[in-house]
Design a protein around this ligand. Structure first.
Ligand SMILES: [Zn+2]
Length: 462
């Protein structure tokens, strides 16, 4: 069913499609590191390479610290190996027990789509679930009405594990981005971890955040700016998405900027005295034409797209106003800044040509940066899904974007995806102080489990 109030201004993670490889036929070889994404254009293109991990050893399940970037956070073991194995079994058991509850939770959210910053039903439904499972819940977290936090501590000390549950839907197309799955899987992860901490006497704290407005509102960025992630040692989340069956993708996502452009002209009767008018609609269409021409000189990995809007337009009056909402995407924020400047000139040129004034608002306060995968997590994850589930892992990446990226989160994020069951989980380091390899490994197993078993029955691929 197609929901009402269609608005196709999709930003955030939705609206992208898979970056297609244009470096065809090149297979990643040997023990190459995961591609970095801020090391110039050649490296920038690396996430688009079409390669499979092949045999697990290609990812070198070797996890020696020395083989990684020295700027990465130190990894130490928190959970005793014997406990870790038992804890995994506990997690699996709890998830089995929770499966119908998680399914119901997901479908409730799916059937009540709410757009950015209006996720009141989702907030109430999810926090009620977490309250039932003995988490301490705070609604309206950090001044955002629909944000929430569910917290549980066991023992003294230990790591602080963050988890995100996205909630928002898209106007017109509901939960096509699958945030209902993210919401439910976040709750499942938190509850399963809680039971594991209790059962195996592992000290630690779990913080599950209900994060509003991923689609264009930058909810996580606002929470981050307000300290919502400060306490966490690392943070995980999941995301479904498109892709071949039985495969995952841990490539990057694109950085995105949004322009709000307003042309102001002068109204006049289009028949009687058009020469008295200054046509703002002409400016918008000249800008649109210039942007269309610009695409020929854009890289295949870049995106430029938008819409034209106007108020009180009628055909016999020269329009005195026109707006463009325009978005540009690129594999890295650094590239995006260059592209954005070229796009800005198209807006300015149209104003010059028509005599309109133009106001250009660029959402520099809340840019979505590219996703930066953590190579350690990527290796662990690829090993798990290959060896335990027989799935392949790729790094093609996606031209979609996410607000779970920021400059503070460099090299802390992993983004595996798999058809409807894609999982994106991220580690948000608190400026390089984290985390435990064992604990992450353990959590990754949990996430892998949810990836493969957490999809609610009855929700079709969109
Ligand atoms: Zn999404």
């Amino acid at each position: 069913m197609r929901p009402k109030n269609v608005d196709r201004q999709t930003s955030g993670c939705f609206g992208g499609f898979k970056l297609r490889s244009f470096v065809s036929g090149k297979q990643k070889q040997g023990n190459e590191k995961l591609p970095a994404s801020r090391e110039g254009d050649e490296k920038v293109l690396a996430p688009s390479r079409d390669f499979d991990f092949g045999i697990p050893s290609e990812w070198g399940l070797s996890l020696e610290q020395s083989s990684f970037d020295s700027s990465l956070p130190p990894y130490t073991t928190l959970v005793d190996a014997s406990k870790s194995s038992a804890a995994e079994q506990t997690i699996s058991r709890v998830l089995d027990e929770l499966e119908s509850e998680l399914h119901e939770l997901s479908m409730k959210i799916h059937d009540h789509p709410e757009i950015a910053f209006q996720e009141r039903y989702a907030r109430d439904t999810l926090t009620a679930f977490m309250h039932r499972h003995k988490f301490h819940v705070t609604s309206g977290y950090l001044g955002l009405e629909t944000a929430w936090r569910a917290e549980y501590s066991y023992g003294r000390g230990g790591k602080v594990i963050g988890i995100n549950s996205e909630m928002d839907a898209l106007k017109g197309i509901g939960h096509a981005c699958g945030h209902n799955l993210i919401a439910a899987s976040g709750c499942g992860i938190a509850v399963a971890l809680k039971v594991a901490l209790e059962t195996h006497d592992i000290p630690g704290k779990i913080i599950l955040l209900g994060t509003p407005a991923e689609e264009g509102g930058g909810g996580k960025i606002i929470l981050l700016q307000r300290g919502g992630y400060d306490e966490m040692d690392f943070c995980l989340m999941s995301h479904p998405g498109p892709g071949p069956l039985n495969s995952f993708d841990i490539g990057s996502t694109t950085a995105v900027l949004t322009f709000e452009v307003e042309y102001l002209g002068k109204g006049a009767h289009a028949g009687a005295a058009p020469w008295e008018g200054i046509n703002a609609l002409d400016a918008a269409f000249l800008a649109y034409s210039s942007l269309s021409v610009l695409r020929q000189q854009m890289k295949p990995t870049h995106r430029s797209h938008g819409i034209v809007q106007g108020q009180d337009w009628i055909s016999n009056v020269i329009p005195d106003n026109a707006r463009l909402r325009w978005q540009v995407r690129a594999p890295t924020y650094d590239e995006l800044v260059v592209l954005a400047e070229r796009v800005r000139k198209c807006f300015e040129a149209a104003a010059l040509a028509t005599g309109c004034t133009v106001k250009i608002d660029q959402d520099s306060k809340l840019p979505y940066y590219e996703l930066k995968n953590n190579p350690i997590l990527a290796r662990i994850f690829s090993g798990i899904v290959r060896t335990q589930y027989g799935h392949s892992v790729r790094t093609n990446g996606s031209a979609a974007s996410t607000d779970f990226t920021c400059q503070l989160c460099t090299h802390c994020i992993l983004y595996p995806q798999n058809l409807m069951e894609m999982m994106n989980f991220s580690e948000r380091c608190k400026l390089h102080q984290l985390a435990t390899l064992h604990f992450e490994y353990w959590t990754l197993r949990l996430l892998s489990y949810l990836v493969l078993r957490g999809r609610p029955k009855g929700q079709q691929r969109t």
